[in-house]
Design a protein around this ligand. Structure first.
Ligand SMILES: Cc1ncc(COP(=O)(O)O)c(C=O)c1O
Length: 408
């Protein structure tokens, strides 16, 4: 039967998204890459055209293209096949999944860890289970979409969103929740993905210490450090390492700095045991493939070694070189050490012009314009990777230096 009436409605909604500037538009299809060598990192082809310098990948340590990681993935496929073949509790738990979970728990110094098909699946699977009907959910205003939707799926007694990084507002919301709820869950990104800034975990831990006694079932701190783990901190332990504080539930991804795919939660044994039985995106959805799990374990082994610390060191130096270069060119950016480097343009037309200019000069970056971000917060997001070289960073800066709208 033709669906002409609903198709017309959906097309009209798509047209509205486009008119409002909120559509993501046609996707870039990556059709290949080369390892250039001679002091330059990899270059990519899009729709057969290139080479492009990719300044918008989450592959912060360059592990997606690293031999040891790719080889571990191949071996996993050869030993166990291309896919898991079932969900975990039926017959889809392979040795590489279990090894990876043990390695993640050890890496993060936790009693246990469990993997999901993505960090998104981990968060939307976990939050509704941990937010009981007697709970308060307290969340930073700039949290990632998976937290926003996880909170929507949950049915807690209270939902509070506090202004970005506003400790006083967070504490006021907690004090308010103490009068009505048995449990409180504070949930925040570790690294915020648009700006590369991070949650003040040590301050939040102090706030929790002041109020925990007011809740019959405690206050739990949940962080999603998808952009922090493997990219931030001297040994890649992310926002926890940089702030010296720890979450009760840590969500991470295997698809950014670890260079593979999938997500995970690291926590106490009690929390992980509970979520294995109750989180629907774990119970009723396939895990990552056995090969991906083997590749991810190899990636963690690299991060947790002298090689990993050297990669992190190089990454920090390249991010600093880029931040300093932007400042020298008179662009506005935010201070910090994280490889997400925002160039604050603060104007929609100029953001779009700069993104198009970069593309014409074979540099890939991400433009965030109104209404995706509020007016005045328009930015270009650059992401530095350990496989960028000094020459790559300087090439991007040279292109930016010749942008004619630079001084406006
Ligand atoms: C903070 C945060 N959490 C979760 C995700 C999703 O990670 P995954 O691709 O593993 O679902 C992202 C991805 O952009 C993110 O920025």
């Amino acid at each position: 039967m033709p669906h002409d009436r609903i198709d017309a409605v959906l097309r009209a909604e798509l047209a509205t998204l486009e008119q409002e500037g909120r559509a993501k538009g046609a996707e870039n299809v990556l059709t290949g890459f080369i390892q250039v060598g001679n002091g330059r990192g990899p270059r990519y082809w899009i729709d057969g055209k290139g080479p492009f310098l990719r300044m918008n990948a989450n592959n912060y340590l360059g592990l997606a293209l690293r031999d040891e990681v790719m080889r571990a993935g191949h071996d996993g496929v050869e030993r166990f096949g291309a896919g898991p073949g079932a969900v975990r509790f039926i017959s889809g738990t392979w040795e590489t999944h279990v090894v990876l979970e043990q390695r993640l728990a050890q890496f993060h110094g936790r009693e246990a860890a469990m993997i999901f098909s993505s960090a998104y699946a981990a968060t939307i699977g976990m939050l509704p289970q941990i937010l009981s009907a007697d709970s308060a959910a307290i969340s930073d205003a700039l949290n990632h979409n998976c937290i926003i939707n996880g909170m929507r799926l949950a049915r807690p007694k209270l939902r509070h969103v506090y202004p970005h990084l506003d400790r006083a507002a967070l504490e006021a919301r907690l004090a308010d929740a103490a009068k009505q709820c048995r449990r409180a869950i504070i949930v925040t990104d570790g690294i915020f993905s648009m700006r590369g800034d991070h949650a003040p975990l040590a301050d939040i831990a102090n706030i929790i210490a002041r109020h925990d006694g007011d809740f019959a079932e405690n206050i739990l701190l949940v962080i999603d450090d998808s952009h922090g783990v493997g990219a931030f901190g001297a040994t890649g332990r992310g926002t926890e390492e940089v702030t010296g504080a720890r979450a009760d539930i840590l969500v991470g991804t295997l698809g950014k700095a670890f260079g593979v795919n999938g997500g995970y939660i690291a926590a106490s044994r009690a929390i992980v045991d509970y979520l294995r039985e109750t989180a629907p995106t774990y119970v009723y959805s396939n895990p990552i493939s056995p090969g991906e799990a083997a590749a991810a374990t190899a990636a963690i082994d690299i991060v947790d070694s002298a090689t990993g610390r050297a990669l992190l060191d190089h990454l920090r130096r390249m991010a600093a070189r880029f931040r300093d270069g932007l400042a020298r060119l008179g662009f506005e950016t935010l201070p910090g050490e994280h490889p997400i480097v925002p160039l604050l343009v603060r104007d929609t037309a100029r953001t779009n012009a700069l993104i198009a200019y970069l593309r014409r000069h074979h540099v890939l970056a991400t433009g965030l314009a109104y209404p995706v971000v509020p007016k005045g917060d328009e930015e270009i997001r650059f992401q530095i990777c350990a496989d960028h070289t000094e020459a790559d960073i300087d090439e991007c800066l040279r292109v930016l230096s010749q942008f004619e709208g630079r001084a406006s």
